[in-house]
Design a protein around this ligand. Structure first.
Ligand code: URP
Ligand code: ZN
Ligand code: ZN
Length: 460
């Protein structure tokens, strides 16, 4: 099967020109201007942007968490992702403390295999680093292609590890050619503030925000970056929200050290004023919490300064009924919110159209950088001969309104209800197959492939 996409406005991390793409089977075989190949199907992309399928390296699908499960499974979550132009996701396997990494890998593989509609890969979250866990890392890297290992410096008693474990893990991961990623907030400080607020009867969602001030994130980011520098292990901070954490990265870059940073679309667009509404604020209870306008400014600047390389989602949806678990106590509200479907359209509408970032930067932070950082490039993250034909055809002028009534995520509310967005994913190709056509998903569960990833090469 061959397809010729003609006259699109081709956008990559470095280029922007009117051109054509020739797809044969699942790969791009040629890209350029005025291509004359005979194709089984010709698609006129005049007036449309054509860019590589987006990669979301931070999602939680069907994740056991805070006494429940995130409400999108691999089928619903990757379908929603495809609707929004995200063709690959990287989910986090969570080790259960006291159990092996392999047990967790098996559980996550069983959930994903045969169910995913889009392509997927895994990070491994190490929540209990010990002699046994240490021995499992080499096989995960070499055999399963899991080259990134996540640590949590918060959620004590469930996911958090201490600094001794952090150093040990970094030494081992560095030796195996991998990377350590981090949820960088100070769990002990947060637990202190949570306990204090609860003891004073302060139980509304806003106290989730007030229990995780900026310093908790700045301190943990600085500590992580320092230990990464000491061990020489490549490091990546997930879901960065604030100026203080960004400055930790900036400081470490001054020491000629590169710590990669990811922010998420919500931290660029939403702020902590949303917590001021009674229990409604639970929709945005996530960790770290939404911050202030000055933090949004810092993050947009950080993207343009090359300090923040990735815009992800931390998609971790819950239904309203699940959020109600915490109706009398903010500390029991399941942390997380739905976002996987709208990252691309929101970043285009609010970022590119409003002049905050260029089209090239848009592609870089949504697709090319995640592919490079996480060992998927050049198979994913670019438009080039030999790459998977993961391609989005995007109408930059179509206006639409985000709503739970029309989204495809398995949640009954939207974090962006009523937002007017300009720009829509019209056609999405995954490995050369048209998977989304004008709002319709054309493929079934099982269509997604597991992606083994390469070791960390050091890309910047
Ligand atoms: O609130 C969040 N972010 N939920 C998902 C787990 C995590 O910390 O990433
Ligand atoms: Zn986190
Ligand atoms: Zn997360």
């Amino acid at each position: 099967m061959s397809i010729l996409i003609k006259n699109g406005n081709i956008i990559t991390a470095s280029d922007n020109y009117t051109g054509d793409i020739f797809i044969e089977n699942d790969q791009i075989s040629a890209i350029g201007t005025n291509l004359t190949f005979q194709a089984d199907q010709v698609i006129d992309a005049s007036g449309l942007l054509v860019f590589p399928g987006a990669i979301d390296p931070h999602v939680h699908l069907e994740m056991p968490f805070m006494g429940t499960y995130s409400s999108d499974n691999y089928e619903t979550g990757t379908r929603a992702a495809l609707h929004g132009g995200t063709t690959t996701v990287i989910d986090f396997i969570l080790q259960s403390q006291g159990k092996s990494l392999n047990d967790a890998y098996t559980a996550w593989s069983n959930r994903a295999n045969g169910n995913a509609i889009g392509d997927y890969s895994f990070h491994m979250a190490v929540t209990d680093f010990n002699e046994n866990t240490c021995c499992e890392i080499v096989d995960l890297v070499e055999k399963e292609g899991i080259t990134s290992f996540k640590i949590f410096l918060a959620y004590k008693g469930a996911l958090m590890i201490d600094d001794k474990q952090m150093v040990g893990l970094m030494n081992e991961v560095k030796a195996r050619g991998g990377m350590v990623t981090v949820h960088a907030t100070n769990g002990d400080m947060i637990d202190f503030l949570v306990a204090k607020n609860r003891s004073e009867g302060k139980l509304a969602p806003i106290y989730h925000y007030l229990s995780q001030p900026e310093v908790t994130e700045a301190e943990a980011s600085e500590r992580f970056a320092r230990v990464a520098g000491y061990t020489g292990c490549p490091g990546y901070i997930v879901h960065m929200t604030c100026e203080g954490a960004l400055n930790a990265v900036r400081n470490n870059n001054r020491n000629n050290q590169r710590v990669y940073a990811e922010t998420c679309i919500q931290y660029l667009l939403l702020d902590a004023s949303l917590y001021q509404q009674d229990f409604e604020g639970a929709k945005w209870v996530m960790s770290p919490p939404l911050r202030e306008k000055k933090d949004q400014e810092a993050l947009w600047a950080g993207i343009n300064q090359g300090l923040v390389q990735v815009v992800a989602t931390d998609h971790c949806p819950f239904t309203w009924e699940q959020k109600l678990i915490g109706k009398d106590d903010f500390s029991r509200i399941p942390n997380g919110h739905p976002a996987i479907e709208h990252r691309v359209e929101l970043l285009y509408s609010e970022g590119v159209r409003k002049g905050r970032i260029t089209l090239n930067k848009f592609v870089e932070v949504l697709s090319t950088n995640p592919a490079k950082i996480f060992g998927l490039h050049p198979r994913k993250g670019c438009l080039a001969p030999g790459s998977d034909a993961d391609i989005v055809l995007f109408d930059p002028n179509e206006q639409h309104t985000i709503s739970a009534a029309t989204h495809h995520m398995n949640t009954d509310y939207s974090a962006y209800e009523g937002w007017q967005v300009t720009g829509k994913c019209k056609k999405v190709f995954l490995r050369g197959k048209l998977v989304i056509d004008n709002g319709h998903c054309l493929v079934e569960k099982g269509n997604g492939q597991y992606l083994k990833r390469k070791k960390v090469a050091g890309i910047f």
